[in-house]
Ligand binder design. Structure first.
Ligand code: HEM
Length: 158
């Protein structure tokens, strides 16, 4: 019951992160010639907070759920790497997401720094967020990846 709630939260926060990334990327490129504002900073901050919440939920699932570290403990690393389904859950999802979260965290600290021009700051943030978005989209278990099992787009909503 508790785990299902956590899984539903993890699944839904994916949409919040993707939407916030799209908002932040658009703002960085559209506002390129404008000064970096307090509003820009608050959109950056919202993304950092939501992403870190999903990181904590993901870590809980990885170490206490059935689709994370337990797979390596049960089958051994060599067998996990040979099976695309096990490899996705034990290695690919966590690695890709951690890289994306590190980039979003770096962007969070970039947003606090002063640069020689705000255009440079906008562009740095835009690129960091764009790369994070591409990585996240690549390692989300989308429903069309049938081999990963039945994974809804909006778990716990239907
Ligand atoms: C931006 C960050 C992340 C996003 C957008 C994301 C997205 C997702 C999605 C959409 C699912 C499928 C949920 C479902 O079955 O309905 C999932 C499952 C899972 N994620 Fe993440 N994830 C993120 C970060 C992480 C991290 C950092 C970890 C590990 C530390 C992690 C571990 C897991 C695990 C173990 C599952 C399977 C849970 C289970 O079915 O028992 N995730 N993730």
């Amino acid at each position: 019951m508790f785990y299902n709630g956590i899984l539903g939260l993890h699944s839904l926060l994916r949409w919040a992160i993707i939407i916030l990334l799209v908002v932040n990327i658009s703002r960085s490129f559209i506002n390129k010639t404008k000064p970096y504002s307090q509003l820009d900073r608050s959109w950056n901050l919202r993304l950092t907070i939501i992403t870190h919440i999903n990181l904590l939920v993901g870590l809980y699932q990885y170490f206490f759920g059935v689709k994370g570290f337990v797979l390596i403990k049960t089958y051994g690393m060599a067998d996990v790497m040979k099976n695309s389904n096990l490899r996705f859950w034990a290695v690919e999802h966590i690695t890709g997401m951690l890289i994306a979260i590190v980039l979003i965290t770096i962007a969070g600290s970039v947003s606090k720094k002063t640069f020689e021009s705000d255009a440079k700051k906008h562009s740095k943030l835009g690129w960091l967020y764009l790369i994070s978005l591409l990585i996240i989209v690549a390692v989300v278990p989308w429903p069309f990846r049938h081999s990963l099992g039945e994974i809804p787009l909006f778990r716990s909503l239907y």
